[in-house]
Design a protein around this ligand. Structure first.
Ligand code: MOS
Length: 764
C-alpha cells in the first residue's frame, strides 16, 4: 500500500521557482558572456544574393557577424531518431550552411556583441538582397503535390485500413460526413527557447531549454563533429515546452558555433516573435470524417482522411487520424494521411500531436451522429465501446473508460442536458452541455536511474531526464521515498544534466512512466542492498533474518513480524563505515509503437529490473482514457461563448501526486478551451509571414476565461505498464476537451462549428 506515492505533495522546486532561485537556461550569465541575436530571412523562398553587414560591423561592441559565408561547417545528423542521435527540427536545413531560403523567418545570420542591446541594434542594420522565387504558403496551393507519408514520428503508423470502409459506408443506414479544420497553433511556452554555450578547449557545455537533454546533446555533438562525451548539456528547469523544445532547432547549435568563433561564451534567447517562425508549430489540418452506423447506433464504418502540412527541409506528420483506429469498435475503417510541403518552417509535436486535433474531429462527428440518431452522446460511446484494442486486437493493459463516462457525467450534471438545441437558457444566455472521449497512448521507454543513500539518512535520485514544468522532480522524489522507505523530505532529486544516468526525452507523455519506473527499480534495488547488509551483519538486530522478512519505513529497517527488531539506515551505514550506498539500474522496457531498439545503456540488472522486464508487454495495448464534459453559455446576440464548467474523469493508472496530476489535466483542459475558442496563428497570404506573432494577437485563455474545473481519477494501477502502475498524464487532458466544448456550443445554439476556433463571427 502506497503512503507517499499519490499524496498531493507540494512541488519540491516550487519555492525555488517562486523566489526566482531556480536557474532557467537563459539565466546562466557566465563570465565574459557575449550575446547572439539572429537575423531572419524576410522572403519565403529563394536565395540570399548578398549580405551587407558593414554598418553593423562598425558598431562598438560588435564582436562578429556570422553568415553562411563564414560559418563553421556542420555535419548532417542524418536519419531522425536513430539511437544516439537526437531529432533535429529541420534535418535538411542546418543553420548558415548555404544561401538557400525555404521560409520566412529562417535564421540567416547571427550577430554577436558584448551586450544584448548592441547585438539587437546591429542585427537591425544588416541588409540582405535576395533572388526571390514563388513560394507555396497554403495547403490548397500545394494540394496537387500532396503525398501519403509512410509513417509518422518514431515509426508511428499513420495509414490504417481494416475491412472495406468504402463499401460499408455506402451500405450503412445512417451516414454522417463532414470536413473539420483546425488552424496553425504555436506552443507559446512562457519560457522562450534559450541556449548558452561555453567552450573549454574542445569540451563544450551547453545550457539549453530542451525537452530532450540527451537527444539535444547528441544532435549538437554530432553537428559539431564532437564525441558526445565531450558535450555536457544542462537543462535544470523549463517554463513549459508543449512539444516545441522536443526537437533540436538551429539556435541550439548556432550558440556553440558562435562561441567557438568569438572565443567567449555566447547566449541566444529567441524573442517571442522569433518563436513563431523557426521552432515548430502545429500544422493546420483539414480532416474529412465519415461515419456509417446502423439505426441502433452501432458503428459499421469510419473513414478519417487528413491533410496536413510539412516543410521543404524535413518531414513532420501531424497524425490527425492516429486515435481513430483504436477508439471505437468499428469493423470497417480507413485512415488516410496526406502531406503538403509549404514554404514555412517545419511543424513539430504540439500538445498531444495527432490526438488533440484528430480526436476533436472524430468526437465532433460522433456528436453529429448521436444527434442524427436522437441518442444520448454518452450512450452512443458506450454502445461502441472498444473492449479490446480494435486496431491490434490485443487486450488493453487496463481500461476503465466506462467508469470515466459515469463520473464525468455526474460531475457536470449531464442529466440537466436537453437533447433539443436551444432549449435551455440562463437569463440572456443559451446553455449547452457537451462531452467527448479523451485518449492518449501510454508510452514508456528505456531509462536508467541512480539512487544513493547517505550515512546521514538522506537520499538522492538522479536521472538526466528533465522536468519541463510537469512535476517530474516531485514525483521522482515521492517514488524514491516510497521505494526506499524514507520520508520524502530526506530525498533530493537531480535532473537535467547529461552527466547523470541516461533518461528519456519528455515527449509523448512518457517521463513519469519511464523515469518513474527506473527510479522505483533503483530504489528497490538499493533497499535490497541495505537489507542484505543488515541481515549479514552480526551487530545488526536484523542479523540472520531472510531478506523478505525485513521492511523499511521512515528511514528504518525492521522485522515485519517483530517491529521492535529495528535499526535505521543511519545506524547501518555508520556502523558499516559506508558514507554512501548506491544502486544504478537500467530498464529496457518500451511500450512505444515502431520505436527503434534502444542502444544498450549502462547500469546493473537487479531483481527489481528483471521482474519488471519479464512482463510480456507485447500482448497488451497501452492507452490512457478519459471522459471530458463542458457546460457553456452562448450569448445569442454577440456570439460570445463562456465555458462555465469543465469536468474530466481520467483513467491514467496510478496517480503519483494528486496535486500535480490535477494540475496536468487542468492545463490540458485550458489548452482545449484555447483550441475551441481562441487560439490560431494567422499568416499574411501575400508573404507567408505570421501576423499574430505575440501574445496580444495570438490569444490564449487567461484567468478571466477559466471555468469551474472538476478533475477526477479512477486511480487504479496499470500493473502491466510498470510496477508503479502509472501511465503518462501530460497530454491526455487536451484531447477530448475541444470537442466537448464545440459539442456543447451545438447543444446551446444548434450551430455546428467545424472550423476552429469558434469565434463570435461564426456563431452569429
Ligand atoms: Mo509532447 S507535444 O509529445 O512534447
Amino acid at each position: 500500500m502506497n503512503t507517499i506515492i499519490g499524496q498531493p505533495m507540494d512541488r519540491v522546486d516550487g519555492r525555488l521557482k517562486v523566489t526566482g532561485a531556480a536557474t532557467y537556461s537563459a539565466e546562466f550569465n557566465l563570465k565574459d558572456l557575449a550575446y547572439g541575436v539572429t537575423v531572419q530571412s524576410t522572403i519565403a523562398k529563394g536565395r540570399i544574393h548578398s549580405i551587407d553587414s558593414s554598418a553593423a560591423e562598425k558598431l562598438p561592441g560588435v564582436l562578429k557577424i556570422i553568415t553562411h559565408e563564414n560559418a563553421l561547417s556542420l555535419q548532417p545528423v542524418g536519419g531522425s531518431q536513430s539511437p544516439g542521435s537526437g531529432k533535429l527540427g529541420e534535418k535538411d536545413l542546418l543553420p548558415l550552411q548555404g544561401p538557400a531560403v525555404y521560409y520566412d523567418g529562417q535564421h540567416i545570420a547571427i550577430v554577436v556583441a558584448d551586450s544584448f542591446e548592441t547585438a539587437e541594434h546591429a542585427a537591425s542594420l544588416i541588409r540582405v538582397e535576395y533572388e526571390e522565387e514563388k513560394p507555396v504558403f497554403e495547403i490548397e496551393q500545394g494540394i496537387k503535390d500532396a503525398y501519403m507519408p509512410k509513417q509518422g514520428l518514431g515509426g508511428q503508423s499513420v495509414q490504417n485500413t481494416r475491412g472495406d470502409a468504402a463499401a460499408a459506408l455506402g451500405q450503412a443506414p445512417v451516414h454522417i460526413e463532414a470536413v473539420y479544420t483546425t488552424p496553425v497553433y504555436h506552443h507559446n511556452p512562457m519560457e522562450p527557447h534559450a541556449t548558452v554555450a561555453e567552450w573549454k578547449d574542445d569540451e563544450l557545455t551547453i545550457y539549453d531549454a530542451t525537452q530532450s537533454v540527451l537527444g539535444s546533446r547528441n544532435a549538437i555533438a554530432r553537428m559539431l563533429r564532437l564525441q558526445p562525451e565531450n558535450v555536457r548539456l544542462i537543462s535544470l528547469y523549463l517554463g513549459g515546452g508543449f512539444g516545441c523544445k522536443g526537437f533540436t532547432w538551429a539556435h541550439s547549435v548556432m550558440a556553440p558555433m558562435a562561441a567557438k568563433i568569438v572565443g567567449r561564451p555566447v547566449k541566444i534567447v529567441l524573442s517571442r516573435q522569433q518563436m513563431f517562425t523557426c521552432n515548430g508549430r502545429r500544422s493546420r489540418t483539414i480532416q474529412q470524417v465519415a461515419l456509417g452506423a446502423g439505426n441502433n447506433g452501432k458503428l459499421l464504418a469510419v473513414r478519417h482522411d487528413s491533410t496536413t502540412e510539412t516543410s521543404f527541409v524535413d518531414e513532420f506528420v501531424e497524425p490527425a487520424g492516429v486515435a481513430t483506429p483504436m477508439l471505437y469498435d468499428a469493423p470497417h475503417l480507413e485512415v488516410v494521411q496526406r502531406l503538403v510541403k509549404l514554404n514555412k518552417g517545419t511543424p513539430c509535436p504540439t500538445r498531444a500531436p495527432g490526438e488533440a486535433v484528430g480526436v476533436f474531429a472524430l468526437e465532433a462527428a460522433m456528436d453529429e451522429l448521436a444527434c442524427r440518431l436522437n441518442m444520448d452522446p454518452v450512450q452512443l460511446r458506450l454502445l461502441n465501446y472498444a473492449a479490446k484494442d480494435p486496431k491490434t486486437g490485443k487486450p488493453w493493459s487496463s481500461k476503465y473508460l466506462d467508469e470515466c463516462y459515469k463520473k464525468g457525467a455526474a460531475a457536470i450534471g449531464w442529466h440537466n442536458r436537453k437533447a433539443q438545441p436551444g432549449s435551455l437558457r440562463e437569463g440572456e444566455w443559451l446553455v449547452g452541455y457537451g462531452m467527448a472521449t479523451a485518449t492518449y497512448p501510454a508510452n514508456r521507454s528505456p531509462s536508467s536511474a541512480r539512487v544513493q543513500l547517505f550515512s546521514n539518512g538522506s537520499a538522492e535520485i538522479a536521472c538526466c531526464t528533465q522536468d519541463i514544468g510537469t512535476g517530474t522532480y516531485t514525483i521522482l522524489t515521492q517514488i524514491t521515498a516510497e521505494g526506499l522507505g524514507l520520508l520524502p523530505e530526506r530525498v533530493t532529486c537531480k535532473l537535467g544534466d547529461s552527466l547523470l544516468p541516461k533518461g528519456p526525452n519528455s515527449g509523448g507523455s512518457q517521463t513519469a512512466a519511464t523515469a518513474g519506473a527506473a527510479a522505483w527499480a533503483a530504489a528497490l534495488t538499493l533497499k535490497s542492498k541495505a537489507i542484505r547488509l543488515a541481515i549479514a551483519d552480526k551487530a545488526s538486530p536484523l542479523y540472520g533474518l531472510p531478506e523478505t522478512a525485513v521492511k523499511a519505513v521512515n528511514g528504518s529497517l525492521y522485522a515485519a513480524d517483530t517491529p521492535s527488531k529495528a535499526e535505521s539506515y543511519v545506524q547501518l551505514l555508520t556502523r558499516q563505515r559506508l558514507p554512501v550506498l548506491e544502486a544504478e539500474i537500467t530498464t529496457q522496457v518500451s511500450t512505444r509503437e515502431g520505436q527503434p531498439p534502444p542502444a544498450e545503456p549502462e547500469g546493473e540488472k537487479s531483481e527489481a529490473v528483471k521482474q519488471d522486464e519479464e512482463v510480456n508487454r507485447k500482448q497488451y495495448a497501452f492507452h490512457s482514457f478519459g471522459a471530458q464534459f463542458a457546460r457553456v453559455l452562448v450569448d445569442p446576440l454577440l456570439g460570445s461563448v463562456r465555458v462555465t464548467h469543465c469536468a474530466s474523469a481520467m483513467d491514467i493508472g496510478t496517480v503519483l501526486n494528486m496535486k500535480t496530476a490535477v494540475n496536468q489535466i487542468m492545463g490540458g483542459m485550458i489548452f482545449g478551451i484555447g483550441m475551441a475558442l481562441m487560439e490560431q496563428t494567422i499568416y499574411d497570404p501575400n508573404n507567408g509571414r505570421v501576423v499574430t506573432r505575440d501574445l496580444a494577437d495570438y490569444l490564449v485563455p487567461v484567468n478571466a476565461d477559466m471555468p469551474e474545473f472538476d478533475v477526477q481519477f479512477i486511480n487504479k494501477p496499470d500493473t502491466f505498464i510498470s510496477p508503479v502502475g502509472a501511465r503518462g498524464i501530460g497530454e491526455i487532458g487536451i484531447t477530448g476537451m475541444t470537442a466537448a466544448i464545440i459539442n456543447a456550443i451545438y447543444n446551446a445554439t444548434g450551430k455546428r462549428i467545424r472550423d476552429l476556433p469558434a469565434t463570435p463571427d461564426k456563431l452569429l
